[in-house]
Design a protein around this ligand. Structure first.
Ligand code: FA5
Length: 373
């Protein structure tokens, strides 16, 4: 600010002269009117109303005028400021209205467009079937238990009463994890079934115990129409006082009816698993011909190959040696277990001829099952 200039005529302080204030106002209004976007308007505001704007600098001179001149100069500058501020506000409102109009047009959603052009992702049918199978047992009071896919041999074989020389341990069935020093074995395997989860559950959960364990398994089986080196199983295990083979039959019958339809009979035939005694394989009446072995037109049933029955699972009463290995008193507790292949169940349930269809990731395959989120 200049020093007090009592002797000066206000009109002679050049920057406060009416013509000069009008010129500054005119410049400002022209710049504001010409601003075609928010950036240009901001630049105009800084240039004409900012700290270094000519009008701001001029208004600093008002205080240096003699009192008589000060009021008039102050009014002039104040009015100029008001005009510029109003112009800024009006231009800002115009630009905002323009932007809103443009956004409305550019971002409008055409609600008449077809909505199903973009394919929604969906889970694989093996996953949804595994969840459905687990849900049947959850509905019967079972809990879901999980275990690692890279498993200790002890859980996968020893604790399940596989003798050391059991053929299932041999290289053709099992992927052994190599040791760190290049040794062919490390004591770890890719689990060959979900049964090791039985052991983990018995070792860690309180009794009585009702668990179901879906999961991925690995075997060095060559890939063909019914075998895959990577597949899924679901395992059920119950350990309680007084459980018998009748409870096992009841659980399996309830499960088959829930998955394949009411009224289908189940059949148990003797089988062998080291971890169950007695052991059985489970078949269900063919859900297509319902045991008639033939289709409605008399041709052989394609699903059960005219057998009338379809094998679906292995099962049995938990071998007392397994209970002992898990620290459970076999005099007090008994248990039953069952396990089935999920891809094979999907094949039976949906009439698939080739397990490889479940592996290839072709969306046309998954789409045929419908989109289940
Ligand atoms: C077992 O794995 C037993 N752990 C099942 C069991 C559990 C029995 C509890 C008793 C008590 P198995 O080797 O039969 O059993 O395999 C079970 C199912 O896994 C088979 O019926 C089949 O559906 C599926 N499966 C086995 N190998 C393959 C494979 N390479 N590809 C696809 N599915 C397979």
């Amino acid at each position: 600010m200049s020093a007090s200039n009592n002797t000066f005529d206000p009109v002679r302080v050049a920057v406060l002269a009416p013509a000069e204030v009008d010129r500054m106002t005119g410049d400002a209004l022209a710049a504001i009117g010409a601003a075609s976007d928010f950036d240009e308007l901001k630049a105009a505001r800084l240039a004409h109303r900012g700290n270094r704007a000519p009008l701001t600098l001029a208004s600093a001179e008002v205080g240096a005028l003699p009192p008589a001149a000060r009021a008039e100069a102050g009014r002039r500058v104040g009015q100029a400021r008001r005009l510029i501020d109003e112009a800024l506000a009006a231009r800002l409102a115009d630009l905002e209205a323009d932007r809103d109009r443009r956004v409305l047009l550019e971002e409008a959603a055409d609600v008449t467009l077809p909505w199903d052009r973009v394919q929604a992702g969906a889970r694989h049918p093996v996953t949804t079937l595994a969840e459905r199978l687990a849900d049947v047992f959850i509905g019967m009071g079972y809990e879901v238990a999980e275990g690692p896919e890279v498993e200790a041999e002890w859980y996968n074989f020893d604790a399940l009463n596989f003798p050391p020389d059991h053929p299932a341990r041999e290289m053709q069935d099992t992927f052994f994890v190599a040791g760190p020093d290049g040794a062919p074995r490390s004591g770890m395997v890719l689990r060959t079934h979900t049964s090791p989860v039985q052991i983990r559950a018995m070792l860690t959960r309180p009794l009585p115990l009702y668990v179901v364990s879906p999961g991925k398994c690995f075997r060095s089986d060559p890939l063909d129409a019914t075998h895959s080196p990577v597949f899924h199983q679901i395992e059920g295990l119950a350990v309680d006082e007084g459980l018998t083979m009748a409870d096992l039959r009841g659980a399996i019958a309830a499960f088959v009816e829930a998955m394949f339809g009411a009224g289908l009979r189940t059949r148990l035939r003797p089988d062998y698993f080291p971890f169950t005694e007695p052991s059985a394989d489970v078949s269900m009446q063919c859900h297509v011909c319902r045991g008639a072995s033939a289709e409605a037109d008399g041709s052989p049933c394609r699903v059960c190959k005219s057998q009338g029955w379809i094998e679906i699972a292995g099962c049995g009463m938990v071998n007392p040696r397994v209970l002992v290995a898990c620290g459970i008193d076999p005099e007090r507790y008994s248990g039953f277990a069952f396990g089935l292949g999920i891809e094979r169940s999907l094949m039976v349930r949906n009439g698939l001829a080739d397990i490889r269809d479940t592996l290839e990731g072709d969306v046309r395959f998954s789409r045929a099952f419908g989109v289940e989120a």
